[in-house]
Structure formats: C-alpha cells, structure tokens
Design a protein around this ligand. Structure first.
Ligand SMILES: Nc1ncnc2c1ncn2[C@@H]1O[C@H](COP(=O)(O)OP(=O)(O)OP(=O)(O)O)[C@@H](O)[C@H]1O
Ligand SMILES: [Mg+2]
Length: 418
C-alpha cells in the first residue's frame, strides 16, 4: 500500500477536523509520537490521522521521520499544513510515495455532513462504555458490584443508585447530559475510590480518565487543560481531551477540585450544561452520558465560600463522606487479606488465607485509624511479620534453605501490590 501525504489549507483545518471526528477519527500531532513511540501501538490505525506539520521544527527531519513514519500502518492517514508543503515534499521524498491536496468537497459539503451526523454520533459515543447504555439487568449487576466494592457510605450508595436511575431517564429525554457528583470529606475515606469503582464496575480495560486540579492552579491552567492557543495547529490538545480519548469508560474524575481557579470553574459550568468539552482550538468532544466525579478535601464550612453558587447548583449531587465505621474497616481488611491469600495461592501454590485473615484482623486496631491508606500501610507491615513467622515455621519443620525458600518473602511482597 502506498503512503500518501495530504495537504490541507490552514483555513480548512477545523472543517476537516470536524468532519473527520464525526467519522470517528482523531488528529494527533507527530510530536506526540516523537515523545512517546509506544503510543503508535496503542492507537487504532483505522481511526488515526497524524499531522506531520510540526516536523519542520526539527533540524533532522529525515532521520526523525524515518524512525517514526515507518512504524505507522500504511492505512494511517497522514496530513500536513500546505504552508509546509515544499519543505516536506523534499525531505520526505524517500518515505512518502505520493503527495496530494485534501479533497475539499469531501468535508465542506454541509449536506453530506448532516446526513452522516446522526449515524456517526453513535460511533463516537460508542467508544466509551456508559451507565446510560446498560440494560436493566446489567444495571442491577453494576449496583450489586458497586455496593460490594465500596465499603461503608450506605446513604451515598442508596442516593447514587437513585441519581443514576433518574439520570438515565432524563438523559434519554435529552434533558440531562452529564451526571455530576461532588464528594467532600476527609482524606482516605473513599472519594476517589468511587470513580475507580464506577470504572471497574463498567468493566473498563484501559485507564480511568483522571485529572488532578491541584496541578492546574496557575493562571495558564485553562490552556494547559484544554489545549494551547489558536495558531498552533497540530500541537497537542489539553490533558483532559487526551485522558477522555484514552479511556474506554464514560467516567471522568476531577480530583482536588477546589485547588483550581475561576476560569476552570466557569469552563466546567459550561461542560455540565452542554455535555460537550470544547478545546481552545474549537474542537468539540461530546461527553453526553458521562458521570463526572469531583472530589475535594475542603471542610463543609468552606464549601459555600470556595465554590460559587452557580457551580454549586449545577452539581447534581453533593455529599460529605464521613469516616468509615470500625465494622466497615474490618470488612475492608478481610477483603484485602482474602485477595492477598488468593494471589498467593494462584501464584505460589501455598494456602495461607485461613491463617492470614484472622491474623490481620486481630493485629490491626482499626479504631486508631481514620485514613484507609494508613490501614493499608499497616496491613503491609503486619503481612511482613506474618511472613517472617510463616518462614520460621517451615524452616523449623525442614532445615532446608534452598534459594527458592529464601526468596519467599520477596515473592510474597510483590504479590501484595494491587
Ligand atoms: N470506602 C472505601 N471502600 C473501599 N476502599 C476504600 C474506601 N475508602 C478508602 N479505600 C481505600 O483506601 C485508599 C484511599 O482511598 P481514596 O483514594 O478513595 O481516598 P480519598 O477519599 O480520595 O482521599 P484523598 O482526599 O486523600 O484523596 C483507596 O486506595 C482504597 O483502596
Ligand atoms: Mg482522592
């Protein structure tokens, strides 16, 4: 198959991009691949368009291009700003078989655009598994798993179920685009875990889309979040677009929401309202049907001060997560102990669960911990102690110190990670 490079006129860029995104394509600048070669294998060639314009910024165009372009499947569409045509036609003459102009008629024909609109809308939204797409029995399973995975917070779990059910109805009526949850409360009680759990229960295989607003507290935050300013065609779009594109589940986590500034708050007002995210290049991404989980550590008393009334009223559900009860903390330890036990059995063929679970429960005084992360740390420490005792007991029975045996603790520990 021939490799073709298509040139676009600058003023056509957005029309081309829009029409292609309706067909399910995304345009990514070559610079992204230069920084991260492994991205090539992660993206699907059949929906990928690579913009080569930025190559002219490199002094060694030929060698950079040879390294990268051959790695794309031949069906990957390659495009470039017409202003760079002369330079790239020369530099890429050994790599590209044919140079052509993009056929304007294929995307400036508005009628055609309208006809593909409705079909292709599905194409874009189908990429993410969303709560609105589950049928009734799938939804039942979803809630059952969700309730099991997240410990405590009984009221929240009931409310969440009700929120989701209402959302599904009004979303169908096109009256409610995004379900937004705002979770406050102390550290380590499961706020972020809510988004992780939704992601897992919707069977996400890729990565949860997560943005930490703590990283977006300066004056340039909005442009780094939603892309660089106009004029830099082909440059990277912002983190939020990348994260949403790279995930396979319709949930977005915004951590440390209060750390950001009013520009970002206002941007999100618009997103919640319209169900669309717009990049600074004018690119729109439809996130209708998504759940957005905002988390924050601000105390309840500061909520009114820090979050504007417009925004406050825009969240569908606000909740303060309280500390888990001792009973829930013990259940959590039991769950962790079981999962470690299972891993040990399947990886090393040794059965320790029946001893490990009661050991961990008896050793960890749950009432002295508020943050579940601290309980996790304690679990790790106690597990190490358990291992030492276990090792001593088998060494006593059999005085053999084979290398396999001495490496036991290390191998156990590597299983401890999630
Ligand atoms: N209710 C819970 N159910 C299950 N696991 C939990 C729960 N609360 C905390 N955890 C566990 O503790 C760890 C920390 O929880 P999480 O990240 O949700 O804290 P957080 O409330 O978001 O805290 P922070 O405000 O510091 O971000 C998680 O990895 C999770 O395994
Ligand atoms: Mg968190």
């Amino acid at each position: 198959m021939e490799r073709v490079l298509l040139f676009y006129e600058k003023e056509d860029y957005y029309d081309y991009k829009d029409s292609k995104s309706l067909e399910g394509y995304s345009i990514i600048s070559i610079t992204k691949f230069i920084h991260n070669l492994s991205l090539i294998s992660e993206l699907y060639p059949e929906t990928l368009i690579v913009d080569l314009s930025a190559l002219t910024e490199y002094t060694t165009i030929q060698s950079v291009s040879e390294r990268i372009i051959y790695q794309f499947k031949p069906e990957t569409i390659l495009i470039c700003d017409k202003a760079k045509q002369e330079k790239l036609e020369y530099e890429l003459r050994f790599i590209i078989d044919r140079f052509e102009n993009i056929n304007r008629a294929s995307f400036t024909d508005k009628e055609r655009k309208i006809t593909v609109d409705t079909e292709d809308e599905n194409l874009i939204t189908k990429r993410h598994r969303k709560i609105i797409d589950l049928d009734e029995s799938e939804l039942e399973i979803f809630f059952e798993k969700f309730r099991k995975r997240l410990y405590g917070h009984a009221k929240f779990k009931d409310d969440f179920e009700e929120q989701v059910r209402t959302f599904r109805v009004f979303n169908k009526l096109k009256e409610h685009k995004i379900l937004s949850l705002f979770l406050m409360g102390e550290s380590g009680v499961g706020k972020t875990e809510v988004a992780r759990t939704i992601f897992d229960c919707l069977q996400g295989n890729k990565k949860l889309a997560k943005i930490n607003f703590g990283n977006y507290s300066n004056e340039f935050s909005l442009s780094s979040l939603i892309g660089s300013a106009r004029g830099y065609i082909g440059s990277e779009d912002g983190e939020i677009f990348m994260k949403v594109r790279e995930t396979d589940v319709g949930v977005l986590l915004i951590d440390e929401f209060e750390k950001s500034n009013s520009a970002l708050f206002n941007y999100f007002l618009e997103v919640l309202e319209s169900g669309k995210m717009t990049s600074s290049l004018g690119e729109e991404m439809d996130i209708n049907g998504f759940i957005i989980v905002f988390t924050s550590n601000i105390p309840k008393s500061d909520f009114q001060k820090r979050i504007s009334p417009e925004l406050r009223s825009r969240f569908d559900y606000k909740c303060i997560f309280t500390l888990l009860s001792d009973v829930d903390k013990r259940k959590y330890i039991e769950f962790r102990a079981k999962s470690i036990g299972k891993k040990v059995r399947s990886e090393l063929g040794i059965e320790i669960s029946d001893k490990l679970i009661p050991y961990l429960i008896s050793q960890i005084n749950v009432s002295s911990y508020k943050n579940m992360r601290d309980i996790n740390k304690e679990l790790k420490k106690e597990f190490l102690k358990f291992l030492t005792a276990y090792q001593n007991s088998i060494d006593e029975i059999d005085n053999n110190t084979s290398p396999q045996r001495t490496g036991l603790a290390k191998r156990f520990l590597s299983l401890f990670e999630y």
